[in-house]
Design a protein around this ligand. Structure first.
Ligand code: ZN
Ligand code: ZN
Length: 368
């Protein structure tokens, strides 16, 4: 991942400010996405130790060249063969003379936590949760640029696949075509395994694409996204590929109105729960509250699902720079499902919808 080094230095300095505020001299970062966020290094099996005066990326010789390329400004410990990552991390803590060290409790297994304690008995290992995620929740200009690009790749790929859609296409074929298109358009890969669901299969929010053909049922649900420089986009559209009863129009209009209400509720100062409620209210009033079983949306960035979660009970206050999906859905077992999903950036004056695939009722009808 290439970005000017300054951004990563700034991010590490912001983490140091958190460490100081919480009176912890150092933090062992073990979650791969957090290591990437703080260094630009995109490889695996590596930990980052950050303390007030310095940082050390603990890795192995497979990554020596990659580290030199991706994060030339970071101090590195390449562990010798035969020395495991945990042993090397404990050694790094010893050598930096840290007495208390935070570890990422949601990420580290109990076995690794115990091994760290055994390797370095003099240090006190302090559980922390979401300290780096707290920084990642608000995206900087570089991150927003990547998400925008990932959104563009996903949108253009969808347009291309939609234009070539055939009645004999199978779900998995469509997923493969979309993922291939996104790569052709510059994406690193798909942001997550693409969901393509025909008819009743669309009632499964996370359907696995199989061999159902487009012609088997008029509802086609596609949930896809691109990964551009490790940052993701995430969209869902429903297409109508044949004759369909009036129930569809009623439900589609309801979900679309709910999505628009959710998007309109996004602004700095609103809580995640308020945004969820704004959309949910529309679906509840339409009589389908029980058919909308999941949260309204989620943060998107280095991970496809990250903070903040737009859901009831989530008190996170929205701030400019957060990027969230807005994806209400209605699922009717045996009939199908409708979900409409876009990515939205919280701005100083309100919001900007980053994805713009047509979604009005007329737009979803296809003549195949
Ligand atoms: Zn999605
Ligand atoms: Zn999503």
């Amino acid at each position: 991942m290439r970005t000017t080094n300054d951004i990563f230095t700034q991010r590490r300095d912001r983490l140091r400010r958190i460490l100081k505020k919480r009176s912890l001299p150092g933090l062992l970062v073990t979650k791969p996405q957090n290591v990437t966020y703080l260094t630009g290094f995109s490889g695996e099996d590596s930990f980052l130790l950050v303390w007030h005066q310095g940082e050390l990326l603990i890795s192995d010789s497979r990554f020596t060249l990659q580290i030199a390329e991706e994060c030339p400004g970071v101090d590195v410990m390449i562990r010798p063969r035969g020395v495991g990552l945990v042993k090397a991390a404990a050694k790094a803590v010893r050598e930096s003379k840290l007495r208390n060290v935070g570890f990422e409790a949601a990420q580290l297994t109990v076995a690794v936590r115990d091994a760290l304690g055994q390797e370095n008995e003099n240090a006190e290992w302090v559980p922390t949760t979401n300290w780096v995620e707290e920084l990642r929740i608000v995206k900087d200009v570089d991150e927003i640029g990547r998400i925008r690009k990932a959104a563009g790749q996903a949108m253009r790929a969808f347009a291309a696949v939609r234009a070539g859609l055939r009645r004999d296409h199978e779900e998995k074929q469509i997923a493969d075509l979309l993922e291939h298109q996104m790569r052709l358009l510059g994406a690193r890969c798909a942001a997550f395994p693409t969901i393509v669901a025909v008819g009743p299969r669309a009632a499964l929010p996370h359907a696995i694409p199989g061999s159902s053909r487009v012609a088997e049922h008029p509802i086609l649900l596609i949930d896809w996204g691109a990964d551009e420089g490790w940052y993701k986009s995430d969209l869902t559209r429903v297409l109508v590929t044949g004759k369909i009863g009036p129930k569809f129009e009623r439900l589609y209009a309801l979900v679309l109105r709910a999505q628009e209400a959710g998007i309109a509720a996004i602004r700095p100062g609103a809580t995640a729960a308020e945004v969820d409620a704004a959309a949910r209210k529309v679906i509840e009033e339409g009589g389908f509250g029980r058919a909308f079983g999941h949260g309204l949306g989620h943060g998107v960035g280095l991970e496809i699902h990250e903070a903040p979660s737009l859901a009831g009970g989530c008190k996170t206050v929205l701030k400019p720079g957060m990027v969230v999906t807005v994806e209400p859905g209605v699922y009717v077992p045996g009939w199908g499902g409708i979900r409409i999903e876009d990515d939205v950036l919280v701005t100083r004056s309100g919001r900007e919808v980053l994805t713009s695939v047509p979604k009005s009722l007329e737009d979803v009808y296809m003549n195949l």
